[in-house]
Design a protein around this ligand. Structure first.
Ligand code: ADP
Ligand code: ZN
Length: 607
């Protein structure tokens, strides 16, 4: 049997899937041949099988280094329910359980062992590992090793020493998010110079994306988005605890089952809410980014950014929590120049090195230029990650309703001149008034004699606000981070180029919000059709009820038992024998044995 045939057989027998996806088979073949690998696969691309299957097939234990406890818990629960000998060592594990797993690892009885970087470098652990048969070492979230990445973790740097400690063990770096610089850093830092790289497209074809500048009544807007998607599972990200609480309270008052989640809440309450979100299908989680790392709920149908994310990487990771099951999921990103200001302020306040700060600020600017830009959402992200020839997606807000853009180079030059003539000492409102030539009522009389006073009177206030905001997003202007931020020049070269007309500035015409809500209604109807009607809907519900009860009895999230997609396939195929049930995707040997008879009973009662 070739390596790949064995791998495919394991995929089918253990996990119940008939074939590999994308680059999985290439990555797995490479590791099964004992070679190092760097794999960059998009979220939902099935990174876990890339190391789980070789770990099962190769003698010894597969060591998985991951920084995310929640993710380890989920994966270990899912592996065990598929009958794989898996364990994790983290701070929550008791010492006798720990001893038990360690001796299993030493005796070659364990297929997978998950450990955090701190756990790995704890006193004596590496020495212990040297006495164990090791199948492979997988470093998950490998982008954390790079200061070019968006989630730099200094303790990841030490993982490079595994190369010397375990020279004959194949090592794998896996991540969903790494631009070209980060990829290069992963190689050098993790000592994977000779590893073959498998870089999949960053595209997530099932994501339907949109972004909009923050409207004046942002809570109403969020409610509109959520209420058009009642009954579906969604995540709303907000930047601060206050905003999380406010948004959740507002939705609750409007009878939406919303829960708040942030690091300021008691740990039990957080665990409880996360559990509810995972168990129930219609819960909306309003959260800071403290929520989501490692939350693997497959059927999240939409992600809203009520405040903008930190970088394109962060955006892609967060919005990527939607639609892991491959069905359509929507992303809405609300952004504003004050979000950009906050991002820059946070970067400056952190205790990172100047170089890391500069990277963070640059990444924030790239994000806003992208959000406020005119290119297809998915193609924009793919190009950012270094993909060439990314085609427009055809379904995002830009593709379906292309914003009309206008050449605003001349307006930009006027606005920049005004900022300079006002000595870079005043904020947006005052610059706009100055451009419009407004006087009186304590307005800036002292600047009224400057040549720029009133040079923008032929345009309205919204135009000037739009131009200035866009220049902020592009980093041409910048805004201070005090209470009443002043405008200043952000990029001298860009300013010179704009004055010389060597650089053009294109801005969008103001959005037309009414059209969007119509589209949303259409979207909501479309989604309802994708579900089941009549008897099938009843059967699907009955299967979900069985799953919920079984999950509760086993103290695991429902999707650890079966994914929605697996239940849906049961409804469509209506198998009425155990072998027929076993052919459904997502049902491996262990699950068929454990749940087959019960599921069949539910199916037969409902058919
Ligand atoms: P990620 O790359 O985001 O870590 P996962 O490894 O969690 O992705 O996989 C995402 C989902 O896709 C999981 O539910 C997994 O069971 C499913 N999956 C992965 N590979 C396959 C496959 N070859 N066939 C069917 N389902 C798969
Ligand atoms: Zn598009």
């Amino acid at each position: 049997m070739t390596d790949l045939t064995a791998a495919r057989e394991t995929l089918q027998r253990v996990f119940g899937h008939s074939d590999f996806r994308g680059l999985q088979s290439d990555v797995i073949t490479e590791v099964l041949e004992g070679r190092d690998v760097m794999a960059v696969l998009p979220t939902g691309g099935g990174k876990s099988f890339c190391y789980q299957i070789p770990a099962i097939l190769r003698p010894g234990v597969g060591l998985v280094v991951s920084p995310l406890i929640a993710l380890m818990q989920d994966q270990v629960a899912a592996l065990r329910s598929a009958g794989v000998a898996a364990a994790r060592l983290d701070s929550t594990i008791q010492s006798d359980a720990r001893r038990e797993w360690l001796s299993a690892a030493r005796d070659g009885q364990l297929d997978l062992l998950y450990v955090s970087p701190e756990g790995l470098f704890a006193q004596g652990f590496l020495d212990f590992l040297e006495q164990c048969p090791i199948a492979l070492i997988a470093i998950d979230e490998a982008h954390c090793v790079s200061q070019w990445g968006h989630d730099f973790r200094p303790d990841y740097r030490a993982l490079g020493q595994l190369a010397d400690r375990f020279p004959s063990v194949p090592r794998m770096a896996v991540t969903a998010t790494a631009d070209l610089k980060t990829q290069a850093d992963i190689r050098t830092q993790l000592r994977l110079e000779n590893a073959r790289a498998f870089i999949d497209s960053f595209d997530r074809p099932n994501l339907v994306l949109a972004a909009e500048r923050r409207p004046p009544k942002v809570q109403d807007r969020i409610y509109d988005i959520v209420s058009a998607r009642r009954g579906k599972s969604g995540i709303i990200y907000a930047a601060t605890r206050d905003n999380v609480e406010k948004t959740a309270a507002n939705l609750q008052a409007l009878k939406i089952p919303a829960l708040a989640y942030h690091a300021g809440l008691d740990a039990n309450l957080r665990a409880d809410r996360q559990h509810k979100f995972q168990e129930e299908d219609d819960v909306v989680m309003v959260a800071t980014i403290a929520f989501g790392m490692g939350v693997d709920k497959p059927n999240v149908r939409y992600v809203v950014h009520a405040d903008s994310p930190k970088s394109i990487e962060a955006y892609w990771q967060e919005v990527g929590r939607g639609g892991r099951d491959g069905d359509t999921a929507e992303g809405f990103c609300i952004y504003s120049a004050s979000d950009l200001r906050r991002a820059i302020m946070f970067a400056n306040q952190g205790n990172a090195t100047e170089q890391v700060k500069a990277v963070q600020i640059k990444k924030a600017r790239q994000l806003f230029a992208y959000l406020d830009g005119l290119t297809c959402r998915r193609a924009g992200v793919r190009r950012y990650f270094g993909e060439e020839n990314a085609e427009p997606c055809g379904v995002c807000d830009i593709c379906t309703d292309p914003p009309t853009s206008i050449d605003a180079t001349e307006f930009a030059a006027k606005a920049i001149s005004a900022v300079m003539r006002m000595d870079q000492r005043v904020g947006r409102g005052r610059v706009v008034n100055h451009l419009l030539g407004r006087t009186g009522d304590g307005l800036d009389e002292q600047y009224a004699s400057r040549t720029t006073f009133g040079i923008g009177a032929d345009q309205g206030e919204p135009m000037w606000r739009n131009v200035i905001e866009h220049l902020l997003f592009e980093g041409v202007l910048s805004e201070g981070d005090d209470q009443r931020p002043t405008l200043s020049i952000g990029d001298d070269d860009a300013v010179r180029a704009i004055f010389r007309k060597e650089r053009s500035v294109r801005i969008r015409e103001a959005a037309k919000p009414t059209r969007r809500s119509k589209e949303e209604r259409r979207g909501a109807k479309g989604a309802a059709k994708a579900g089941f009607d009549g008897a099938d809907a009843k059967l699907f519900d009955a299967l979900k009820t069985w799953r919920r009860e079984t999950a509760q009895a086993n103290a695991v999230p429902p999707y650890v038992i079966f994914h929605d997609a697996t239940l849906a396939e049961m409804v469509r195929a209506k198998p009425n024998t155990l072998p027929a049930l076993g052919r459904i995707s997502g049902i491996g040997e262990a699950k068929l044995k454990k749940y087959g008879t019960e599921v069949l009973a539910v199916l037969i009662a409902g058919i």
